[in-house]
Design a protein around this ligand. Structure first.
Ligand code: FES
Length: 127
């Protein structure tokens, strides 16, 4: 079964400390563990944020889906090695960091925290 955003299991918003300010972690279930095979990616939304969910060598990563060069969905792109290549102009981002990897992309995309709880893959877009 595939989950597409906006599902928050109970007890997934513990308070954490960041620079002396308490902030709530907010984890949202986006997929069933094992749904994405290595080398696969898909589009999901978490708290209205467009997310490109990527399985890179068995590890799930979550990047902001909108290319920082212009308006293109990275979920329509291609995984090449450890990079995601944008479908519009061929720019690329490092999947593990979100940093720009190839022109015309020069600005990093946002990388989000991912965790697996039981058989659910969860993403946190705000901390
Ligand atoms: S829109 Fe992604 S490289 Fe231009």
């Amino acid at each position: 079964m595939l989950f597409l955003g906006h599902i928050q299991p109970k007890g997934t918003s513990p308070m954490t400390k960041s620079e002396g300010v308490a902030v709530a972690e907010h984890w949202v279930t986006v997929a069933e563990a094992g749904y994405l095979e290595p080398g696969e990616l898909m589009y999901v939304e978490v708290d209205d944020e467009p997310i490109c969910l990527i399985n890179l060598d068995g590890e799930i990563h979550a990047l902001n889906d909108t290319c920082t060069h212009e308006e293109a969905s990275l979920a329509d792109g291609t995984i090449v090695g450890d990079e995601i290549e944008c479908p519009l102009h061929g720019g690329a981002f490092y999947i593990q960091t979100g940093e720009a990897a190839a022109m015309p992309v020069v600005v990093a995309t946002e990388k989000y925290a991912v965790r697996t709880v039981g058989d659910e893959v969860q993403v946190s877009v705000k901390s």
